[in-house]
Design a protein around this ligand. Sequence first.
Ligand SMILES: N[C@@H](CCSC[C@H]1O[C@@H](n2cnc3c(=O)[nH]cnc32)[C@H](O)[C@@H]1O)C(=O)O
Ligand SMILES: [Zn+2]
Length: 430
Amino acid sequence: MTTLEIVGGRVLRPDMTVERADVLADQETGDILAVGDVPGGDETLDATGGLVIPGLVNAHTHVAMALLRGYADDKPLHDWLREDIWPIEGVLEPDDVRAGAELGLVEMIRSGTTGFCDMYFDVGEIVDAVDRAGLRARVGYGSVTVGKDEEAAREELETGLRVAQEYDGAADGRVSTAFMPHSLTTVDGEELDEFVPQAREAGVPIHTHANETTGEVEPIVDEHDERPLAYAVGHGLLEDRDFIAHGTHCDESEIELLAERGAGVVHCPASNMKLASGIAPVQAMCDAGVAVGIGTDGAASNNDLSMFDELRDAAMVGKLAAGDASAVDAPTAFGMATAGSAAVAGFDAGRIAEGKNADLAVVDLDRAHLTPHHDLVSHLVYAVTAADVRHTVCDGRVLMRDREVLTLDADAVRETAERRARAAVDRAES
Ligand SMILES: N[C@@H](CCSC[C@H]1O[C@@H](n2cnc3c(=O)[nH]cnc32)[C@H](O)[C@@H]1O)C(=O)O
Ligand SMILES: [Zn+2]
């Protein structure tokens, strides 16, 4: 057994209290062995002046879209996808997806994110990048069938199933998968009826975008005379390991349905604000007992992958939505982005406790904007930024030490991404 010891810092415990403690991780199993007074480890990380926190879990993103950051802004979802994003995604090559994924992974490691859920294409490239970068991920192929002929539509869904089976357990078990029909309006009900049972048989959960905009809710209500999430249940979705992205426009009956069935929701506040999609009723979901996590969505609708920005957005917009300054308080927000997101993703992470995955980050507290230390959970949600993250660890392995990313060559990743992004834009616009 080789061990990693994180020494000299304070530790955020699962009950959101902070104590002076060291953490010992087993680097073979990737689990936390002990928190408190621990024996010396084979490898040491210095956390003096820092706070050891569970690594953040970005429960819904499209990591390779880092390549499209700033490519198309200031439009609503429908136009943004159809006029800009889908056309340029149509010219992306597997090496572009790899370059975008690596760029996004560097940004995640730098901002203390240790796990994420991803929906995209060329998933093999993403899995390879995750394997080398050292993070934990649940990945899938986003199947879109709208506007496609029958054969192409079937191919999309078959690819989704094949990808979910092929990569489950990859990267020494750090990669898991899901079947990912893109949304309730871009895949139709009969297609779900045929493919959802096959995903169940394969034993993978199902992840889809749902109720993101009113433009996605209205057609389903008009055509089927039921709310989208009731429609989803009618087509075999929303079992307890399943999770939806957004849930921006959920009424009371849908919140109840999610709670009853145990399906998760990933709140993406920045994307919802930027595309003016709406404001998710997050406090009401939490009150009803819905499993809620937080995600950034892709960097083209955010425009960054820092979960610290997302935490602040989630707390702020949650208060506005509820008309109540006590809604989505700091411990609730931080819990959603760690244990909440981990539960939605199906990761045994999100808490610093014995037996949990050793997925964590160390935040430097000795900074003017984090002074004084009245309440460190408040700082994590309202004041910490990505640049305050000093070390990042996943599965007991150090991915970033003293702000240096160890698993990817951050400069080379940035140069390749810049070059490939330019070439992709030239192809898309020629
Ligand atoms: N199989 C499809 C790709 C689907 S991947 C998932 C898709 O979701 C898109 N996407 C990104 N953000 C959002 C969002 O907020 N709502 C819906 N779709 C999004 C993303 O651009 C990508 O096209 C194909 O080959 O074209
Ligand atoms: Zn999305």
